[in-house]
Design a protein around this ligand. Structure first.
Ligand SMILES: [Zn+2]
Length: 211
C-alpha cells in the first residue's frame, strides 16, 4: 500500500503517519530522512544531492525523486510505504507518479488531513518553549515559568499567529493545485477531519483507507 500524506503544518500528519506505518507494518518515508540517508551512504543520488547542497542550491526535484525511487525499490518498502513531505507541488506529484510507474507500482491513497485554519492558528500559537531548557509546552501562556527548570516560557517567532497564517497561505497556494491534479487524474484522495484527539483522527484515517 503506497500512501501520500498531505496536510497543513500543525495538522499532526507526521505523527498520524508514524502510527499508521506501525500498524500497517510499512515504513514511513519522509523526504528529509531519505535525503540524509542517501548523503550518508554516498549513493550516486546522495552524491548529486550533496553537490547541490555544497553549492548552496536547493536539491533539484529530479534528484529527490531519484532518492525516493531508490527508497521505494528497496526491500524495506516491498509491502508499501507512507510518504510524508514528498509531494508538495504539482511537478512533484507528476514526478512521483512517473517513478511509481517505472517501478511497476501505483498510488493507493492520498490522505488529506484537514483542519480549519483558525483552529490551527489557535493550536500552534498555544505552543511555548522554555528559553532555558527548551522544553516544549502546549497551552501555557508566554511568561509562565517552566515546570522543569523555572525558566521563562516564550513563543517562537514561527508560532506567532501572523507567521502561522503566512505558512498556511503558502500551503494552500501550493496544495490546492496538487489536490486538484490528483482528483483530475483519478487519484484516490481521501479527506480526514484532523480536528480531535490522536485516536479519533487515527480512527478516521483508518476508515478513510478502508482498514
Ligand atoms: Zn526549562
Amino acid at each position: 500500500m503506497i500512501i501520500v500524506l498531505l496536510g497543513p503544518p500543525g495538522a499532526g500528519k507526521g505523527t498520524q503517519g508514524e502510527k499508521l506505518a506501525d500498524q500497517l507494518g510499512i515504513p514511513k518515508v519522509a523526504t528529509g530522512d531519505v535525503l540524509r540517508a542517501a548523503v550518508r551512504d554516498q549513493t550516486p543520488m546522495g552524491l548529486a544531492a550533496k553537490a547541490a547542497m555544497d553549492r548552496g542550491d536547493l536539491v533539484p526535484d529530479e534528484v529527490i525523486l531519484g532518492i525516493m525511487k531508490d527508497a521505494l525499490a528497496g526491500p524495506g518498502a516491498a509491502r508499501g510505504a507512507i510518504l510524508d513531505g514528498v509531494v508538495r507541488t504539482v511537478p512533484q506529484a507528476i514526478g512521483l507518479s512517473r517513478v511509481l510507474g517505472e517501478l511497476g507500482r501505483s498510488l493507493d491513497a492520498v490522505l488529506l488531513f484537514e483542519v480549519d485554519d483558525e483552529a490551527l492558528v489557535g493550536r500552534l500559537s498555544g505552543r511555548t518553549v522554555c528559553e532555558s531548557c527548551q522544553t516544549p509546552y502546549a497551552g501555557q501562556a508566554p511568561g509562565s515559568a517552566c515546570a522543569k527548570c523555572g525558566g521563562t516560557l516564550v513563543r517562537r517567532k514561527d508560532d506567532e499567529p501572523e507567521a502561522i497564517r503566512n505558512r498556511l497561505r503558502t500551503y494552500h497556494a501550493q496544495t490546492a493545485p496538487v489536490i486538484g491534479w490528483y482528483e483530475q487524474a483519478g487519484g484516490p484522495v481521501r479527506r480526514v477531519d484532523a480536528l480531535g484527539t490522536m485516536d479519533e483522527v487515527l480512527g478516521r484515517a483508518r476508515r478513510a483507507l478502508g482498514l
